[in-house]
Design a protein around this ligand. Structure first.
Ligand code: ZN
Length: 251
């Protein structure tokens, strides 16, 4: 059994709530699909925690943007990325810790294949940057190009859009609320979006993650102290207030 987490976005309150639930469920292995940092107030703390508890993390667009000039991000996201980069370079913190952060980011892979599963941050055809959202279920060209990248895989786990759910190859989008028994990967090939730990955007502010035993995918939601994260964001002048506000509504 493993737990899959994604899009933590420097939100330690959400991450700790999810880790506590993973522990309570007795799940020994955790994989991260990227966007550990960006948007949120505690990039160093979140990265340190991921480096300690996750077997590995894939490369998200925010890590990618942090390592390069984030020219293709909107102004709010870019402000947060520029501030995050400064935080990871802080001179008042141990130099070797800064070095470990950049080495870790630099070592993040774009995709992982294991058994019947493919793991990416964005989409199978554009692993770092492409979003998969419910309306894509009506775009057969996009979806068939994504399924064409499956290779031997039966399921592809993605994050990035912060909207959890299942996209079966035969079409449509299944919200987690319609899958109380989970998604059995043998039923048909599917893309599974695991949602976001630190900044959900499906209207439910609770942190999202999934567990996967090789056959069945289960969706989980965990409440966390949103107000505490909002206070930390508002205390950083470089982070737009909007990034705090959206956490309360899950949008
Ligand atoms: Zn993200």
């Amino acid at each position: 059994m493993q737990a899959l987490i994604s899009d933590l976005h420097s939100n330690t309150e959400a991450l700790e709530a999810v880790l506590a639930e993973i522990k309570r469920l007795g799940v020994p292995r955790i994989l991260c699909l990227g966007d550990v940092i960006g948007y949120g107030p505690e990039p160093r703390e979140t990265l340190l925690r991921v480096m300690a508890v996750c077997e590995s993390s894939l490369l998200g667009n925010h890590e990618h943007g942090c390592m390069q000039y984030a020219s293709d991000f909107n102004p709010k996201a870019r402000a947060a990325i520029d501030w995050t980069r400064e935080q990871l370079n802080r001179r008042d913190r141990p130099r070797d810790e800064n070095f470990r952060f950049w080495t870790y980011l630099d070592g993040m892979k774009k995709e992982l294949r294991e058994g019947k599963a493919l793991f990416v941050h964005g989409s199978p055809r554009d692993p770092i940057k492409e979003y998969i959202v419910p309306k894509d279920a009506e775009d057969p060209v996009k979806m068939s190009e994504c399924f064409a990248k499956f290779g031997d895989a039966q399921v592809c786990f993605v994050g990035h859009s912060h909207v959890p759910g299942v996209y079966p190859e035969s079409g449509g989008y299944l919200a987690p609320s319609t899958l109380p028994e989970g998604w059995a990967i043998e039923s048909e090939r599917a893309i599974v979006n695991i949602g976001s730990v630190g900044q959900p955007r499906d209207g439910d502010p609770r942190a999202s993650f999934v567990t996967f035993d090789g056959e069945l995918v289960r969706f989980h939601r965990v409440a966390y102290d949103v107000a505490a994260t909002q206070r930390k964001i508002r205390a950083v002048p470089q982070l737009p207030d909007y990034l705090a506000e959206r956490l309360a509504t899950g949008r």
